[in-house]
Every structure is written in C-alpha cells, then in structure tokens.
Design a protein around this ligand. Structure first.
Ligand code: RIB
Ligand code: CA
Length: 329
C-alpha cells in the first residue's frame, strides 16, 4: 500500500472547514498529524471548539488533536481596513454571518484542545520531521503558519508543500479585492507566499466552479453516517443562507487537490503577491498573468483558475461511502 501522505490542517471552522476536516480525517490516504485552529470566520475559541466537534463527529478524538492558534492577525487589525468592513475576528455572540455558526449543529466538545498553542506545536512537530515530510493544508487566514515561519525558519525545508484555499483573480468576496482568507491577514499570506515553499493556491476562481447543490447533499445524507449527515447539513445550511441554489464549499477542494491535483483546471505556475499597501486593494491577490519573458520574478505559486465540479463531488462521496463501508465491517 502506498505510504500515507502526512498532513496538518489549519482551519477557521466554519461550515466549509467542517467538510474539509471530514475529508482529511476519513480519506485513508492521509495521516492527519493534527489540526490547528485560527481566528477568521470566528474567534479562535469558537473555531477550536467547532473543530473538536467535527473530530468527535468522525469518532477520531483518540487520533486527532486540535490545537488553539492565533486569535488575531499579524497586523491587519491594528488599523481599520479600507473600505470599512467588519474588523476581525468576529467576537462570540456578534457573528453577523450565520454562514459560519458560532456553534456547529453538533454536541458540545468533550475533548480538550492540545496542550500548547498551535504555532508552538507546529514548530515542534516540523523540527523533528524529515525534510519534505509534511504537507500543510491551510483553509483559513495564514496567521499560524506565518508566525511559525517567523519564529523558526528552519521549519521551511520540512514542509513538502502547502496546498491552501485562498486568494482570487476574479475579485474578492470579503471586499471588492480581497478573498477572505487572504484579506483577513494579508501580511501573513505574503510571508507564506515568499517563503520558498512549494505552494498551490486553490482560489475562488476554482472553488466557485466546483459548487455543491441540494442534490449533492441528499446523496450524502442517504449514506446516513454522522460525517455524511454533517457534510449534507453544511451544504444545505450554506445554500439556505445564500441568495442562490448552490454553494462553494471552498475548503474541501484544497484537501481533494493534495492527492488529486487533476481536480484543478488551468493551473498556472507564476508569481503571486498580496497587496499589503492598505488601500482599497488591501488583501487582494496579485497574479502575474504576463508571459514568462515579461515577468521579473521567479514563480512562487501554482494558481488554479478552474476546477472539475463532478470530480470533486465524486471524491467527497467516495470518501464518505468508503467510511460507511468500513463502519459496517
Ligand atoms: O473565502 C472563503 C474562505 O473564507 C473559506 O475558507 C471560508 O471558510 C472562509 O474562511
Ligand atoms: Ca475556512
């Protein structure tokens, strides 16, 4: 059997993060070494508790530990964003976005979070790893990973690759220019992008093609396992809270892309920066689409401009179906 891919998830759980965590835990091709929670969709106490809820929903609490990470971005909340938008993180009880419930519709967590801050745990874990051994899958703001790189840059060769959900070339969702994960902590994103790691960005350009529907949710729900029901409920919840009849469950596409990069379409290897100039473009992802001869910098990122919706759904359904079959054994 092929060796499992060692991964670490970095999440701001979050309704779509929940589905990404389910895939990371139930896909037997992964060895999930741990989960780091970060502030983003919600404050870090809530994203930590929600992540533990999902781990317990999958029955993985004896194998997977959730570590509480940074509660504030590196710099972006020190002065207001332009144009004025909600300052991060969203504090408990003030979540204007039911898109990401303060408490996922699961029993309250029983398991405690890890004994150290996620950044300390990440540094300790990477420093004893072999070079190129561990893949990071961040699907929230990049605060934890950027902080770890600043504390201990000797972790960088230990990272096999970073496959992140974030960024956009087609324009933002949190602001006209900024996709939320990058917009929430632009300085952190720029630190990670300039780290020299192999980076694949799974941006809105890809996730908003690989959308999910109520029909997808019904197929998942019919499997009738706790993880399948959770994924179905999150899809239905997000559609109900949107103004359409589909939803982009962004984060799980990054998990799928780690071992199935063919799910991503029109991937370009180019130079990507984040606008940290604190104007109206603050947090924008700047993708250099010029021909290589015109570019002045070496490429630092594989940027996916599209995705295969059917492939993505079939991946998620297969992971959930095989989990059901294992439970029946
Ligand atoms: O822009 C989408 C991203 O922002 C997703 O990771 C979602 O969970 C939110 O964090
Ligand atoms: Ca997220």
């Amino acid at each position: 059997m092929e060796e499992k891919r060692k991964i670490i998830m970095d999440v701001d759980t979050g309704s779509d993060d929940a589905i990404a965590l389910v895939m990371a835990m139930l896909d037997p091709s992964f060895e999930l070494l741990g989960v780091m929670a970060v502030s983003g969709n919600l404050e870090v106490k809530l994203t930590t508790d929600n992540s533990i809820r999902v781990v317990e929903c999958c029955g993985m609490q004896d194998k997977v530990k959730v570590y509480r990470g940074c509660d504030y971005p590196l710099a972006s909340t020190l002065t207001p964003h332009l144009p004025q938008t909600d300052l991060l993180p969203i504090r408990e009880g003030h979540n204007p976005y039911s898109f990401h419930p303060d408490r996922l519709p699961l029993p309250d967590p029983i398991t405690k979070a890890g004994d150290r801050n996620a950044v300390s745990w990440l540094v300790d874990t990477l420093m004893v790893a072999e070079d190129g051994e561990i893949t990071l899958i961040p699907v929230g703001p990049l605060t934890n990973i950027a902080a770890a790189m600043r504390i201990e840059d000797r972790i960088i060769p230990k990272i096999r690759e970073i496959v992140l959900m974030g960024g956009s070339h087609i324009g933002g969702n949190e602001s006209a220019a900024g996709e939320f994960n990058i917009w929430a902590d632009p300085e952190a994103a720029e630190i990670v992008l300039q780290s020299g790691c192999k980076i694949t960005m799974v941006p809105l350009d890809a996730t908003e093609v690989a959308i999910s529907t109520h029909e997808d949710a019904e197929k998942m729900r019919a499997l009738d396992t706790p993880p399948a029901r959770l994924c179905a409920d999150m899809i239905d919840h997000r559609i109900a809270d949107s103004d359409g009849d589909t939803t982009a469950i962004n984060d799980a596409l990054a998990v799928c892309a780690v071992l199935h990069p063919e799910v991503l379409k029109n991937v370009i290897h180019t130079t990507v920066h984040v606008d940290i100039s604190r104007g109206f473009g603050y947090g924008a992802t700047i993708v250099d689409l010029r021909s290589p001869g015109w570019r002045k910098e070496a490429p630092n990122c594989y940027f996916a401009m599209g995705a295969d919706r059917e492939y993505f759904f079939n991946y998620m359904y297969r992971v959930l179906k095989e989990d059901k079959e294992r439970r029946a054994q």
